[in-house]
Design a protein around this ligand. Structure first.
Ligand SMILES: Nc1ncnc2c1ncn2[C@@H]1O[C@H](COP(=O)(O)OP(=O)(O)OP(=O)(O)O)[C@@H](O)[C@H]1O
Length: 237
């Protein structure tokens, strides 16, 4: 379980996270939804120990990320890009991570297979398409077979087949009792994939509930999202 409690983050005089709280539960896919600049990546970076909050807590199974005994087996993350050096092959990139985390070499071939990159494993990352880069990033996140997956905009750069694949993959992950949190600004995709929805806008949580609860009386999650994040039909400043 991922718990965000009263998180506050300031940058200079701006408060970019204004006391936000929510949870991502085991066995469920939680969508973290918000327009550009709402604070999604900032929240995820704090949860993963890559940035510090000014106050509040981000807990993974009750502990801050930096206190986890076995981080790769507890939480896997996909942030911007694949994080791989362009001159390395996909396989070499994953082998390096596996080795430094003390994971068996066999996991590399397993995760390459899971994300559909086995045939491209010995190609240099620089020759990968955007979607292949996302798949490689996901493969790295899966190396430790983590209980919790945190994915920042995972469908960016994926073609329709890739989007369908990741949707099925994340649903299967949740069905085995794992926790999945994914951020997105693509409402249509999110509605097809998630059980729960958290909407962030200008550093504040403006909705939090099941997909049905957040959609409410609106005809779609997209309509609900625009109603929550705009005023008088115009984007809120
Ligand atoms: N390193 C930084 N220095 C200064 N301001 C930052 C920094 N990182 C983020 N911000 C600001 O914090 C706010 C939240 O940004 P964040 O990247 O968390 O939003 P987001 O919801 O992930 O947006 P997007 O969908 O565009 O990725 C934005 O106003 C952004 O400009």
């Amino acid at each position: 379980m991922l718990t965000i409690h009263q998180l506050v983050k300031r940058r200079g005089s701006r408060t970019i996270l204004n006391g936000i709280s929510f949870q991502a539960q085991p066995g469920r896919v939680t969508g973290f939804l918000g327009p550009n600049g709402a604070g999604k990546s900032s929240t995820l970076r704090i949860a993963l120990g890559l940035d510090r909050a000014d106050s509040g807590k981000a807990l993974i199974n009750g502990k801050p990320f930096t206190h986890l005994r076995n981080p790769l087996a507890t939480v896997g993350a996909l942030l911007d890009g694949s994080g791989a050096h362009r001159a390395r092959t996909g396989q070499a990139h994953l082998s390096w991570i596996a080795r430094s985390a003390g994971l068996p070499r066999s996991r590399v071939d397993e995760v390459l297979e899971v994300v559909g990159l086995s045939d491209a494993a010995s190609r240099r990352v620089g020759s990968y398409s955007l979607g292949m880069g996302r798949r490689l990033g996901l493969a790295a996140a899966l190396l430790g077979d983590p209980e919790i997956l945190i994915l920042d905009e995972p469908v960016n750069g994926l073609d329709p087949e890739g989007i369908r694949w990741i949707r099925t993959f994340l649903r299967e992950r949740a069905a085995t009792g794992r926790t999945v949190l994914l951020s997105s600004h693509l409402m249509g995709e999110l509605a097809e994939t998630v059980d729960d929805v958290v909407v962030i806008h200008q550093g504040q949580i403006v909705a939090d509930g099941t997909l049905a609860e957040v959609t409410g009386a609106h005809s779609s999650l997209e309509d609900a999202f625009f109603a929550l994040t705009t005023r008088n039909g115009r984007a809120a400043p």
